[in-house]
Design a protein around this ligand. Structure first.
Ligand code: TXA
Ligand code: MG
Length: 332
């Protein structure tokens, strides 16, 4: 693979949307704000631009991309044979942090779907993103704007920290309001199946789909592949250790005794210099999580410690991200 030429990454404000549009129309890749995390956007009708995304992110090409739309005309340009329950979900949660996996239209390029017959579609809840996306018949493809397996960005500054010189621009849309990636649902089967947990929970979905709910029988595995779901993901460069309250206190005492520099976050004050006390509301916790990981990762420390959150359904997406971010620790 050829090395990427260095370019100047400019920051565009909300009054510079036309410049962002121009860059995308000319086949450039830009940082795009959404309510979940910042995306790395390209015109879904331009395979050359989409190729750049894979190079910039160092993402394997067998990992398909989400197409972002702003209206239902675009949905029909992209997907076909959409089941009623998927339309119900779209009506209930779009624009919002929900991605639907559907049968793709033939004109959707294989590079987007990694050769699969399905396409993932989402309508993000961010005014700048929606304004831009409506200018493209097939919408904008956008994975999270981070290097593959690293922490996703929730501010313009995170995008620049990770991708400066590799993309032409980032559109500043402020801090993401949800803070972790969308819930992904396989809608190609008779009953929907969650492929990736997000802040729209199984309960939220079942409350909308009264007669066609997510099967509780966990053996009903989706046949669809979501290759981005491997174990090591969302990782800071410093090893993250996820512990219950007791083990956390033992680890803190051990680090203090051995003068090992660390930082961390949990639900109570601990005997530690760099310690962040988290809220016990999962919605605000999720909104801050990646920002905290980015900040702690930049400190001069050897480890990040995190207290295991409650194991109930409202924390499912947070627990999923934390356990992937900490996976390396299983080997230690
Ligand atoms: O909140 C989000 O979803 C963010 C923002 C930018 O919209 N995007 C995001 O994209 O998280 P990415 O590429 O980091 O994660 C997309 C996930 C990957 O795990 C990918 O494998 C899966 O969606 N995916 C994409 N297309 C798929 C398909 N056709 N079938 C199954 N999984 C798919
Ligand atoms: Mg990602």
């Amino acid at each position: 693979m050829l090395p990427l030429a260095k370019m100047k990454t400019v920051s565009l404000s909300s009054t510079q949307l036309s410049q962002a549009k121009q860059l995308l129309k000319s086949g450039e890749v830009i940082g795009l704000p959404t309510e979940t995390v910042y995306g790395l956007a390209a015109d879904a009708a331009n395979p050359k631009a989409i190729e750049k995304i894979f190079k910039i992110k160092q993402r394997p090409t067998n990992n398909p991309l989400i197409v972002h739309i702003a209206n239902l005309t675009q949905l029909n340009n992209i997907a076909q044979n959409i089941p009623d329950y998927a339309l119900k979900l779209a009506k209930a949660f779009w624009p919002g942090p929900l991605t639907l996996v559907l049968a793709k239209q033939n004109k959707i390029n294989n590079i987007i779907t990694a050769g699969q017959a399905t396409v993932a579609v989402r309508m993000p809840n961010h005014p700048l993103a929606l304004d831009l996306i409506q200018e493209f018949d097939l919408g904008l493809v956008a994975p999270s704007a981070n290097i593959y397996t690293k922490i996703s960005p929730t501010t313009k500054a995170h995008v620049i920290k990770g991708l400066n010189g590799k993309i032409s621009a980032v559109l500043d849309g402020g801090e993401c309001s949800v803070g972790i990636e969308s819930t992904i649902i396989d809608c190609t089967t008779f009953e929907p199946i969650i492929l990736r947990a997000g802040m729209i929970t199984e309960q939220d979905i079942n409350a909308v789909l009264v007669d066609q709910i997510i099967p509780s029988n966990k053996n009903k595995k989706s046949k669809i592949k979501a290759p981005g779901q491997h174990k090591v993901h969302y990782s800071p460069t410093k090893p993250l250790i996820l512990l219950n309250k007791n083990d956390l206190q033992l680890k803190i005492a051990e680090f203090a005794k051995n003068k090992i520099p660390f930082a961390g976050f949990g639900f109570n004050q601990e005997q530690a210099e760099n310690w962040i006390i988290m809220t016990n509301d999962p919605i605000s916790y999720a909104q801050k999580l990646y920002n905290i990981l980015h900040d702690l990762d930049a400190l001069n420390i050897d480890f990040i410690l995190a207290q295991l959150p409650p194991q109930d359904a409202t924390w499912a997406a947070i627990n999923d991200r934390l356990s992937r971010a900490s996976h390396k620790q299983e080997l230690i």
